[in-house]
Ligand binder design. Structure first.
Ligand code: KIV
Length: 267
């Protein structure tokens, strides 16, 4: 394992070598130190913190101040892993807002990449951010910030039209300059096809085993959401004695292709 700090170029090189990227969400310094030390490649300061830390029912109430606070805590403890931070709900409603808020995540929070949800309507914003030297992680498939429009946390891309839209948006996001992509809750075959087609790394969550990497909400993979964890997650702590060995088990399972298994690939 290389000890050089990971950049978006490192992740692209891993994709080129067919080396799976192991990623977890992370919201504080203690977890950041642990995840980084165990070899997690990318720590995502996700706006899922609104649900797992703050107790909200959705990610919609999460603010920029929340994201800057948690990103800074993670970035202070970072050694090698890439720190990616979510732009929260409406923080990128216009390209100008996106630029200002991405600047906050990077300058005040220490993020190295910013993530935003959505396809075609976000292309101009992705272009503006990347023109300014800001690496962007696109997020397609299930878009949790749009849960009130979608009407629930449902798998996406299961019919022809919706799969076609995701395929099209994925290519357009790459063309607009995105450096990474998260694909959430889409059928495994669609995720595999997109991962093969794109040159940028595609990190799946609930998207089957054939993506360039995997990400899970760290509290889900530690069994903290027992009874409420999504069907594509796995409790890595239940069968071992410490959080550290659970995270190590996750990293090894992603690298060997043992996670996700069929049971964690609903579609
Ligand atoms: O906010 C988050 O944790 C995310 C992951 C679910 C990918 O976006």
């Amino acid at each position: 394992m290389s000890v050089a700090p990971i950049s978006v170029a490192t992740l692209a090189a891993m994709k080129g070598r067919g080396e799976p990227i192991a990623s977890l969400t992370c919201y504080d310094a203690s977890f950041a130190r642990l995840l980084d030390g165990v070899g997690v490649d990318m720590m995502l300061v996700g706006d899922s913190l609104g649900m797992v830390l703050q107790g909200h029912g959705t990610t919609v109430p999460v603010t920029m101040d929340d994201m800057v606070y948690h990103t800074a805590a993670v970035a202070r403890a970072r050694g090698r892993a890439l720190v990616v931070a979510d732009l929260p709900f409406l923080a990128y409603a216009t390209p100008e807002r996106a630029l200002n808020n991405a600047a906050r995540l990077m300058q005040e929070g220490g993020a190295q990449v910013v993530k935003l949800e959505g396809g075609a309507p976000m292309l101009e914003t992705v272009r503006r951010l990347t023109e300014q030297g800001i690496p962007v992680c696109a997020h397609l498939g299930l878009l949790p910030q749009s849960v009130n429009r979608i009407g629930g946390y449902r798998f996406q891309g299961r019919d022809h039209a919706s799969a076609e839209a995701i395929r099209h948006d994925a290519l357009a996001m790459q063309d607009a300059g995105a450096s990474l992509m998260v694909l959430e809750c889409v059928p495994a075959a669609l995720a595999a096809e997109i991962s093969r087609t794109l040159s940028i790394p595609v990190i799946g969550i609930g998207a089957g085993p054939d993506c360039d990497g995997q990400v899970l909400v760290v509290y889900d993979m530690l069994g903290l959401n027992a009874g409420r964890a999504p069907s594509f997650s796995r409790d890595f702590l239940g069968s071992c004695g410490s959080i550290e060995s659970a995270v190590r088990g996750y990293v090894e399972a992603v690298r060997s292709g043992a996670f996700p298994a069929e049971a964690e690939t609903p579609y």
